[in-house]
Design a protein around this ligand. Structure first.
Ligand code: ZN
Length: 259
């Protein structure tokens, strides 16, 4: 049976949802991913991991449902690259709040944002609370669990912990999911090694963040080293991401704010 909620007629969708239902909203992005990956990389990944993970969670007894992925989101760090389709923070904020309002009108009481683009993470954490406060939904946000920062220890190239955009892990995942869209002849290493000397300042996981745009680190817009990417490693990451998201949905199904 389909778990895409919008495949159902409205009365059937309403009848399918209960207070235990979890509605999963994948959030994609349309943005430059260097010369070797498609603009829709951050849309393909949460769409496919979402479908796989929801199916697995359902087989584990979780009443999870998918909404169609949001394609464009807050990709302003790639604004310099035409082809990127990006929304102002206020635009995506209003869209997500409106989706929360719509889900809250159904019997479902839980909304999960499955995020395919790191540039949305901070905004999603804030919107979680907004939707909770205004509409009473339990709200969660998570990534797809497929992104690795690349320290060289996993057998891949050393990306100095900064393989965050079109690098080894993301390129490998796309070789696993959509090899027809990948052109490895365009893959070029671009790692901002000068940033590795800073202990406090850096990308996700560092205590001090900075307002970067993706052309700060080289003209190609890649932040990482895609040159050694393989579909085998991509399969590993897809399996790990699917297991992570399915496990998270299982925990979310049991989670309550108060005992
Ligand atoms: Zn990406």
């Amino acid at each position: 049976m389909t778990r895409m909620l919008t495949d159902l007629p409205q009365p059937a969708a309403l009848a399918a949802l209960t207070e235990d239902s979890i509605v999963v909203q994948p959030v994609g992005a349309l943005e430059q991913h260097g010369p070797h990956l498609p603009l829709n990389t951050d849309l393909v990944i949460p769409e496919q991991i979402g479908a796989l993970a929801v199916d697995r969670a359902v087989s584990d007894g979780v009443d999870a449902w998918l909404l169609p992925a949001i394609a464009a989101s807050k990709s302003d760090e790639h604004h310099w690259a035409p082809g990127t389709v990006w929304l102002e923070a206020s635009t995506i904020w209003n869209m997500l709040v409106d989706i929360g309002r719509s889900v809250a009108a159904t019997p479902a009481r839980t909304l999960v944002f499955l995020n395919g683009h790191g540039g949305n993470s901070a905004l999603l954490q804030v919107v979680n609370r907004e939707i909770r406060r205004r509409f009473g939904l339990r709200t969660f946000s998570m990534g797809t669990g497929t992104q690795r920062a690349g320290g060289g220890a996993d057998g891949g190239p050393d990306e100095f912990g900064m393989g965050i955009h079109a690098g080894h892990s993301e390129t490998s995942v796309m070789l696993a999911l959509r090899p027809d869209l990948v052109d490895m002849s365009g893959a070029v290493r671009s790692v901002p090694e000068h940033i590795a000397q800073f202990e406090t300042i850096g990308f996700n996981g560092h205590p001090v963040s900075f307002g970067w745009t993706s052309d700060d680190f080289g003209p190609g817009g890649v932040i990482g080293d895609p040159t050694a990417a393989t579909s085998e490693y991509g399969d590993e990451l897809v399996n790990a991401g699917t297991a992570f998201v399915a496990k998270a949905l299982t925990e979310i199904s049991r989670f309550r704010h108060a005992s």
